[in-house]
Write a new protein. Sequence first.
Length: 299
Amino acid sequence: MTARSPRLLVGVDGTEGSVEALRWAAHEASRRGASLHVMTCAELPVAIEAGLIGGGITTGVAFDDIVAEHEAVNQRAVTLARSLGFDIMVTGDTVLGAPGYALVGASHDNDTIVVGATSHPGRRTEILGSVATVVTHRAHCPVVVVHGTYRQDANVGRIAVGVDGSEYGEQALMWAIEEATLCGAELLLIHGWTYPYQGPRTGITEPREDMKLDAMRTLETCAHKVHSVAPALRSHSIISEDSPAKAIIDAGKEADLLVVGCRGHGGFAALLLGSVSRTVLQHATVPVVVVRHQSAERR
């Protein structure tokens, strides 16, 4: 079977945040030589989903208006993406359904999904959670969540990646190395640790200095990985005796892009890293990439 070409799959709903996500996705597609596919999802009123059309609650005309409105949003987004001047293929379509689930359902393992950090407020949004939350929890491919509505797409000069020595952390690191190479960016390796240390242990005792040394070894191993994969890449390591999430967020103040893994060590530590990715997504002010192991199950 012929391998499927990678795409940037971006969700656009007409809000300023989604337009900035579109701009970021177009730049990324250009950097990666990938195509760009713009998706707009028309969520139907509850009455329509419950099959109450014709019952005096809504009409076929209203249904057609909803679809037409979203199709117009999609076409404007496709036109904008094509006007940016990149040598990329841009396609688009409008589908029925909840945006987060529709985006995940349309994606493949070698795609990258890009969404804005917020979406339209509303009752169903409150019940299901934001589009970004649904996508980052369920997608098998990398997800980029673009924060804010200010232009931050053209230059990616510094990328910060959270590393922890885990398999999932290595996936995030490899993605960040590739991205930094494509952008000609500096790579910041961020490792936050707290007492007692949650990472790999080499000693039997539990003194703070030994734990700090273990954390430094973890970071050093990641730095060696960067050098072996991309020896010409500019990189810098930062270790912080602080929570991993805070260490990454603080580093993000001087970065153009943050990269985190979705899961880390097994057991309880996996739950901790899950909270790290959630916290970074909630508080970052720059785009955040969530890299998930491709064999992970949907949650």
